[in-house]
Every structure is written in structure tokens, then in C-alpha cells.
Design a protein around this ligand. Sequence first.
Ligand code: SF4
Ligand code: SF4
Length: 378
Amino acid sequence: MNYRKFGNTGEQISALGFGCMRFPEYEQDGKHFVDQDKVDEMIRTAYEKGVNYYDTAPYYCNKNSEAALGRAVKGFRDKILISTKLPLEVCRKEGDLRRQLETSLANLDTDHVDFYHFWGINKGAFEDVIMAQDLLLQAQKCKEEGLIRHISFSFHDAPLSIKHIIDRSIERGIPMESILCQYNLLDRSNEEMLAYAAGKGLGTVAMGPVGGGRLAAPTELGEKLTGKANLPTYALAFKFCLGNPDLCCALSGMQNLDMVEKNTDLASDSTGFSEEEWKQLGESLEQLKKFNELYCTGCKYCQPCPANIQIPHIFNMYTHHNVYGLSGHAKWMYGEYVKKDGKLIKDCLDCGKCEKACPQHLKIREELRRVEDILSKL
Ligand code: SF4
Ligand code: SF4
């Protein structure tokens, strides 16, 4: 495993982080459970292969992720870094941050969180909630008590807001210590700001290094972009992220043991791209832009939809057609979905909830109409 200096936090972080939002789950009597045996095996394998950064959040996996992670790391908790998150909507009065943190600590069955993130913030939330309630100070107090080791934020907004948040936290005298944001081959919009964050001493972590799974599917894209035969697209996607010196760690939401094995191998390989290969990749990426007209990361923040429209699944089918050129497969997926009475835009109740929740600011209803039309005609 390759390790990197994690900004000025004093930590060394593994180049691969374990995103705990896609643990295997099952449903019983209408309730959702995490398959703990599988999770234990995946986490132990990742740990043994050197992964030391594990990122969870209170709402992941039907609110079961924190507890499942806590159980899985028993025996080596002190050898790893745990990150979890604060949903800002719970912060209404003094003490709410502390109460939420205590819930996470109890779920994780630990006495401290290594990286506590203000979750999915934008500039507005930073000013209206964090600064207005002086949550940085509340977090600092928890840090002084040893409940938090580092104060961090995860981010969904226009890139320049990253600079605003970092600068304002420095002005407040309680600087953010690490950032988690989108960055991958298909979305390089935060690249400049990652460099800014690294320059200010923050540790930097990328979420979605394989583009919400799109770059994980087997395609010819890797070969097309680099001219290298036998380079799977997901390997290219990881190499791309980890080739950025301003990035400390690429977080992957691993779903099974196979992914853990593959990703840990990639993050342990120190062969990057040569200068010539970077050049070719840069040129090819320009071509890739045309693939990028629809950008759904599969984060599922738009779910559940009251009309039960499986929005990320529908966008994913479209991506198979549009990005990977796997039109036959997309047609089959769409046929299966319709056959099983999957809900479509015609069932939409126009509540608008999905669009408010979408961190990519997609015009979801408009996109569904367009995408379903294309899929139905394949
Ligand atoms: S606007 Fe339509 S698609 Fe979006 S959440 Fe509401 S019912 Fe679902
Ligand atoms: S439509 Fe938006 S909220 Fe829904 S999964 Fe895609 S990116 Fe996430």
C-alpha cells in the first residue's frame, strides 16, 4: 500500500480509502440489515492490505453503516483512522453537534472519531449554519476533549466555494484540516481547488474516483484514452486520481471482496504514468468531455422518491449507452426495469424533492424525460 502525508494533520494516509456507503445489505420483514459477515471480511482484508482510512456517515446503508464499521474494526480500531460526518440539519441549538457526535461514537463503539466532517456543505450552509451557530468552536471544544482528532468538511458546491470555506475557517482561527470532494476522470472541476487546499495544509480525499461506478464497468475506454492494451478503465481512473500530487487519498465505496482486492492492488502499485502517457491522457480527456453531458454519481441523495422512481438506476442505464457505448446492455436493463413495473417519469408527482437533494444540481425531471425517451427507442 502506498501512503501519503495527510496535509498538516500529522497522519500518514493510505492512497486508498474505504468508503462505507455501499456495504452489502439484505432486507427482512421490511427492515434493512448490513451483511456483517461479508463486511467483516471486506474490512479485515482491506486492513491487512494496508488501508488505514475508513469513511462512514450516520445515514449510509439505511443508517447501519457506522455500527457495522465499528463492529468490523474491533481488534484494530487504534491502528486505523475513522471518518464520519455531521448532518447540518440536526444543528438547531447549542449542544446539537455534541449530541450527534455522541450518537456516532456510540454507533461506532469508539471513544473518538479521527476526522469529523461537516457533511456535504456548500457556501450557503457554511455561512448560515456553521458560522451563524459557531459550530467550528463547538467542534473545537469536542476536539479539546479528545472526542474528535481533526475537523474536516465534505463538499458539494461550485469549486470556488472551497476557497471561501477554507479561508473563512482560517480567519475564525479554527482551520479545516481535511477536505473530501468529488474528483475523477470525468469531473475535474475541483482540481484547482484541491491544489489550493493542499497548499493551505489540508489533507485531501477524493470521493467518486471511479465516477460513481461508471468507470468501474468494463469498457475499452482505458485503452482508448491511453493507447495501453489491457488497462481496465477502473485502473485508469485510480491511476489518474492517485497521479495527482495534490490528492492524498482516493475513496472507494467498495461493495464486495473482489473490489477490495482489485483496489488495494492498484493503490499498492507505484507505477504511475510517464510524461508521454500523461500528455496522451490529457488529449484524450478532451474527447471524453463529450461523454460527460449527464453527470449522475449514483449517490442516491435523490432517493427515496415518493413515486418510487429509481432515478440513479435510470441514469445508470443511460450511462451504459451514452458513455460506454454498451447500448445493447442498456436496452436489456431498461426492458427488465419496465417489465418489473419500474416507475418512470410518467409516474412523477412533481414534488421536486429529488432536485433539491441532488448535489450535482441535475434537472432530474427534465433529464428523466429525455433519457427515458432515448432508452425506450434503443
Ligand atoms: S419530483 Fe418526481 S421524480 Fe422527483 S422525487 Fe418527486 S416524484 Fe420523484
Ligand atoms: S440524480 Fe443526483 S442525487 Fe440522484 S443519484 Fe444522481 S447525482 Fe445523486
